[in-house]
Design a protein around this ligand. Structure first.
Ligand SMILES: NC(=O)c1ccc[n+]([C@@H]2O[C@H](COP(=O)([O-])OP(=O)(O)OC[C@H]3O[C@@H](n4cnc5c(N)ncnc54)[C@H](O)[C@@H]3O)[C@@H](O)[C@H]2O)c1
Length: 120
């Protein structure tokens, strides 16, 4: 039973739908994205339902650089969806920039999780 869930990439296409689905089931959701609600049109659009829910806590952070310990704290499940989607862009013109942020994001996300008894 999930009681408090961290969703990375919460302002994205899949992340925002997952956030809405979890909130609809009464789950408390921490939504992390580098797109800030109130400053990014797509984040505003995708999280329009979520931001009015008392169960939703948004965080504007970059997984590749920011510390996540405080965000992960108290979460028992992590859905890690923050990424550069798309096979062609990530393996062609953005190849030189994609792997490092993606790997850093994974490391930053998972490192604090086991220490806090959090499932991936
Ligand atoms: N959309 C699809 O049809 C589809 C299909 C298969 C797999 N996927 C995978 O699912 C994942 C999410 O896809 P999506 O379509 O929701 O993408 P999306 O671009 O809509 O959402 C990704 C979100 O991650 C955030 N993000 C990226 N890097 C970040 C970082 N370093 N720190 C914080 N936030 C960061 C972006 O701001 C964005 O809001 C990707 O890994 C993608 O490859 C998507």
């Amino acid at each position: 039973m999930m009681s408090r869930v961290l969703v990375t990439g919460a302002a994205g296409f899949i992340g925002s739908h997952l956030v809405d689905a979890l909130l609809g089931r009464g789950v408390r959701v921490v939504g992390l994205d580098r797109r800030r609600v109130g400053e990014h049109a797509l984040a505003d659009e995708n999280l329009a339902q979520a931001v009015v829910s008392p169960l939703f806590t948004p965080y504007c952070l970059d997984l590749a650089v920011d510390q996540l310990d405080d965000v992960v704290a108290g979460c028992d499940t992590v859905f890690h969806l923050a990424a550069r989607p798309g096979v062609r862009p990530s393996w062609s013109r953005e190849f030189s920039t994609t792997p490092r942020p993606t790997c850093s994001a994974h490391t930053g996300c998972w490192r604090p999780a086991p220490a806090r008894g959090c499932a991936g």
